[in-house]
Write a protein that binds this ligand. Structure first.
Ligand code: E4P
Ligand code: PEP
Length: 357
């Protein structure tokens, strides 16, 4: 009898369970301290109790742990130095949603050669998250595959639902159960409405299919996650970081009964994918915050040790050190200049609000 299933399935490979991977790679006390403290700080920024600016900064994607750790060491030092005015969280992105096809990130294909050793990818992602948080540098990542959080989410302080998945019920359900604050990107067409709807959905309880710590398929019942904000990342119609766009998005959030908390992603369609264009976007949004728009709670930058990007060829060993293999990034020096500018501007803002009270 001809089979009616698995017509397009090449095969399946068993995977380590979340609990076993966590036992093999447990979070240290230093990591747990960093994660709990930083999640609480993000929560206070969302509630308005903490007026510092949240900056989510780092590579578009991680493909080489050595350069990621070198970047993390530099950022951890700067984050500590500027912590009076900025909460800096490192982008440690392991999952890349593609417009069509392409390398889908370190978890999916850690060897970057089409061997898809996902177990090793999960192991390497966990290891890097532990190393980064042990430096007291909190981590931010996009939650793309709904199974992945069981393996990594305990080590993450801030999560994003991307422009391509914010409208997806699967991702909204997943976000409703995540333990950290979540930012929702506007759609790739530039429309923030779906992100606002995502926030309304994911703050509600959901019941859906997933896996438990043992890797057993199960029904997951969530409480809903109200720690949410909108991320403006521009869209097909152009950037959406201007004061008019931010005001309109804030009003739409208020109309939907949400606290208007907005992070502006200076990259993606807000930079027209030209990494240098993140600089004027960042400065414009900073100016809006300094001018008194407290709906702007943060900004995102795509940044790496070296500027630009490079193509992933058949020979990953030929890649240039510290250069993105996905979207183009600012280099470290450009990043440091912007972070110091933000700290100086925010010290004025925070000084004024302290003297007014
Ligand atoms: O942030 C990264 C990219 O913008 C996103 O993954 C889409 O990439 P692509 O259009 O190159 O596939
Ligand atoms: C993929 C990303 O962004 P977006 O969903 O906005 O395209 C990202 O931030 O890496």
């Amino acid at each position: 009898m001809a089979s009616t299933q698995d017509i397009h399935v090449r095969g399946t490979v068993p995977l380590v369970s979340p609990v076993d991977l966590k036992q093999q790679l447990p979070a240290s006390d230093e990591s747990i301290d960093c994660i709990l403290n930083s999640r609480q700080m993000v929560g206070k920024i969302l509630s308005g109790e903490d007026q510092r600016l949240m900056l989510i900064v780092g590579p578009c994607s991680i493909h080489d742990e050595k350069s990621a750790l070198e970047y993390a060491e530099r950022l951890a030092k700067l984050a500590q130095e500027l912590s009076d005015t900025l909460l800096i969280i490192m982008r440690v992105y392991f999952e890349k949603p593609r417009t069509t096809v392409g390398w889908k990130g370190l978890i999916n294909d850690p060897h970057m050669n089409g061997t898809f050793d996902i177990e090793q990818g999960l192991r390497r992602a966990r290891t890097l998250l532990i190393q980064t948080t042990e430096m007291q540098l909190p981590t931010a990542t996009e939650m793309l595959d709904p199974i992945t959080p069981q393996y990594t989410a305990d080590l993450v302080s801030w999560a994003s639902i991307g422009a391509r998945t914010t409208e997806s019920q699967t991702h909204r359900q997943m976000a409703s159960g995540l333990s950290m604050p979540v930012g929702y990107k506007n759609a790739t067409d530039g429309n923030p409405a779906i992100a606002i709807q995502a926030m309304q959905s994911s703050q509600s309880p959901h019941s859906f299919l997933g896996i438990d710590e043992q890797g057993q398929t199960c029904i997951i019942n969530t409480t809903g996650n109200s720690l949410a904000h909108l991320i403006l990342r521009g869209g097909r119609s152009g950037p959406n970081f201007s004061a008019e766009h931010v005001e309109k998005a804030g009003q739409a959030m208020i109309d939907a009964g949400l606290k208007p908390n907005i992070v502006v992603d200076c990259s993606h369609a807000n930079s027209n994918k030209d990494h240098e264009q993140q600089i004027p976007a960042f400065r414009d949004v900073l100016k809006q915050r300094v001018a008194g728009n407290t709906q702007i709670i943060g900004m995102m930058l795509e940044s790496n040790l070296c500027a630009g990007n490079q193509s992933l060829s058949d020979d990953p060993s030929a890649l240039e050190y510290g250069v993105s293999i996905t979207d183009a990034c600012l280099d470290w020096d450009q990043t440091e200049v912007l972070l110091r500018e933000a700290a100086a501007a925010m010290s004025q803002v925070l000084g004024q609000s302290a003297s007014a009270t």
